[in-house]
Design a protein around this ligand. Structure first.
Ligand SMILES: [Zn+2]
Length: 148
C-alpha cells in the first residue's frame, strides 16, 4: 500500500496537490451530499509546491466530469481512488477541451448571465488555463471565472 500523508480511508477519493487555499473551491465542485464524510486539509507542506490543500471524500468515487472540473481550479491535482485501504487508481487531472456547465461567464453582458442556461467554454490554452465562452466569444483566464 502506498503511504498517504493524511489518515487512510477505507473507500473513497483523495484529491491531493490542490493549490493552497483552493480546497473550498474544490468542495463547491464536488458538492458533498448530506451523508458524505469529507475531510479538508489546508496549507499542508508539500515538497513540490511549498503549500497545498487536500480533500478526502469517504465512500464516494468522483466521476470523470467532476475530476475534469477540479482541473480548472487545481490543474496539478492528483485524484486517488481508494478501495479497501488500497490505492487502486491514481491520475493527474486533465482539463477537457470543452467545459460544459461548470463555469460562470465573467462578462456581465453575456446572455448566459441574463438567462437560466447551460454555459459552454472551449479550452484555448492549458498553461495558463484560458477558456473562450461559446456565447459571447470572450476569452478569460481561469481566475476571472467562477467555477462551480
Ligand atoms: Zn459569455
Amino acid at each position: 500500500m502506498k503511504h498517504l500523508k493524511v489518515d487512510p480511508i477505507k473507500e473513497g477519493t483523495v484529491i491531493d496537490h490542490i493549490p493552497a487555499n483552493k480546497a473550498l473551491q474544490v468542495m463547491s465542485i464536488i458538492k458533498p451530499e448530506k451523508d458524505d464524510v469529507v475531510t479538508v486539509g489546508i496549507n499542508f507542506h508539500s515538497k513540490k509546491f511549498g503549500r497545498k490543500d487536500i480533500v478526502k471524500i469517504e465512500g464516494r468515487e468522483l466521476t470523470t466530469s467532476e475530476v475534469n472540473s477540479i482541473a480548472l481550479v487545481a490543474p496539478n491535482a492528483n485524484v486517488i481512488i481508494i478501495r479497501d485501504y488500497d490505492v487502486v487508481n491514481k491520475r493527474l487531472v486533465q482539463i477537457p477541451d470543452a467545459i460544459i456547465d461548470s463555469a460562470v461567464c465573467g462578462n456581465p453582458k453575456c446572455i448566459t448571465n441574463a438567462e437560466e442556461m447551460t454555459t459552454r467554454f472551449k479550452t484555448v490554452s492549458r498553461q495558463p488555463v484560458r477558456l473562450r465562452c461559446e456565447y459571447c466569444e470572450r476569452i478569460f483566464h481561469i481566475d476571472e471565472l467562477r467555477v462551480e
